[in-house]
Design a protein around this ligand. Structure first.
Ligand SMILES: *Cc1c(COP(=O)(O)O)cnc(C)c1O
Length: 406
């Protein structure tokens, strides 16, 4: 039948790239395994603690394992981070002081950070006297090196980069792009470079911190949680910067010395261990979705045969109805709440209504197969995740059956 043929063709075309991604998974699996071995992870690290959590070796060792995996001096991994936005905001509040200037080199940061940076009388960075400036990306979605060079002649304290696409029509930055950016910036500035690494972890053999980015951060219900971490975020980077950030995680003077978690951290360890494999399952899913939808005449990213810096496939639909039908069919192919029909709603932190399919074991986890889109033209669906490639394929077939019959 037509749908099976389409998928088969797409998979054949992607064969070479899939072989490369098998290599990426193998490489990163070894990197993560070594992080466990070098930090002598043992059963006792899974025991929970309560109260202040002084000397919680489960927590402290998990921080070290993350630091090893991201090639950094130190890291904070915490279930106290409510989501990715909270994690990124903690980094920014930790490193910026009144009178400082934050400069984004990748245009406007992710939607939910806009209130954090520019909100009025809500405790935003702006309220605390931190200025913000941004250099938009070029029309092709690349860094605007001329504008960056010019901006770096003026005062700036902290440089911010978002790796993944967010809700814009571009691909995520590859490590190659990030390395080029860092080398370029370092000709003109010593200011720390921090990166929103959401969705980027383990998509390539190196992390941004291995090519000169000072701090990376992200959500544990995306790639690095491996589908098992129940909540939380991580921040990894240079020791002095992580220390400053830790004073925002808890309080100045105490930082990472406290914080208990009675559940214990086993799922965070186990999720990180699975993350290299699971991430590549999701990358393969994104590549397949994109190839198949392009065969059907839709515009989709990533383009054919192209490496990915995140796990997302963006598909441009002609109408809001098509977009909604697609997202609803992803929900219908989910293991949890498959019988529920999602509708657009006013999701906290977003300017437009958003529709989200997340029939997931961990609520809203987008390393699990999920789709979301703001309801605005052009009608782009962002589909990502898939704990197994097989699940993503089954869902793709369902979506196609529905769309082809419409
Ligand atoms: C997911 C994401 C965030 C954080 O989102 P939360 O919903 O708060 O976890 C930030 N930046 C990017 C690029 C993201 O994809």
């Amino acid at each position: 039948m037509k749908i099976d043929k389409l998928i088969k063709e797409a998979k054949e075309e992607l064969g070479e790239l899939f072989a490369y991604y098998d290599e990426v998974a193998l490489f990163n699996q070894e990197k993560v395994l070594n992080a466990f071995r070098n930090n002598r992870v043992a059963l006792r690290h899974f025991s929970g603690t309560n109260g202040y959590g002084y000397d919680d070796i489960g927590r402290d060792t998990l921080n070290k394992v993350y630091a090893s995996a991201f090639g950094t001096e130190d890291a904070i991994v915490s279930p106290s981070f409510a989501n990715g936005t909270h994690t990124i905001a903690t980094c920014l509040y930790g490193l910026l002081r009144p009178g400082d200037t934050l400069v984004s080199l990748s245009g406007m940061p992710y939607d939910t950070l806009q209130e954090v940076i520019l909100g009025e009388s809500n405790g935003s960075l702006k309220d605390y006297g931190v200025s913000f400036d941004k250099i938009d990306l070029t029309d092709k979605g690349g860094f605007d090196f001329d504008a960056i060079k010019e901006r770096l002649q003026k005062p700036h304290t902290l440089l911010f980069v978002q790796r993944s696409r967010g809700y814009s029509w571009r691909d995520a930055f590859l490590i190659e792009n990030i390395k080029e950016l860092v080398l370029f910036v370092r000709q003109f500035s010593d200011a720390p470079i921090v990166m929103d690494n959401c969705y980027g972890e383990f998509t390539q053999k190196q992390e941004p911190t291995e090519v000169g980015v000072d701090v990376v951060m992200g959500s544990l219900i995306k790639n690095p949680g491996g589908g098992l971490a129940p909540t939380g975020g991580y921040i990894a980077g240079k020791k002095d910067l992580i220390e400053k950030i830790s004073y925002r995680l808890t309080v100045p003077g105490i930082g990472m010395e406290v914080g208990s978690y009675e559940m214990g951290y086993r799922l965070f360890y186990q999720g990180l261990f699975l993350a290299p494999h699971v991430t590549v399952q999701a990358v393969k899913a994104a590549l397949t979705y994109s190839a198949v939808f392009r065969k059907l005449g839709y515009d989709a990213l990533p383009r054919s045969g192209q490496k990915c810096g995140d796990i997302i496939c963006s598909i441009k639909f002609d109408t809001a109805e098509q977009l909604i039908a697609f997202v609803q069919s992803v929900q219908g192919a989910s293991p949890i709440d498959s019988y529920v029909t999602p509708y657009p709603w006013d999701m906290p932190g977003y300017a437009h209504q958003v529709i989200m399919a997340a029939g997931t074991f961990v609520q809203g986890a987008s390393i699990e197969l999920s789709a979301d889109s703001p309801i605005k033209a052009p009608y782009i669906a962002y589909v990502q995740g898939g704990l197994t490639y097989e699940h993503a394929l089954i869902a793709l077939k369902d979506c196609l059956a529905r769309i082809c019959h419409n």
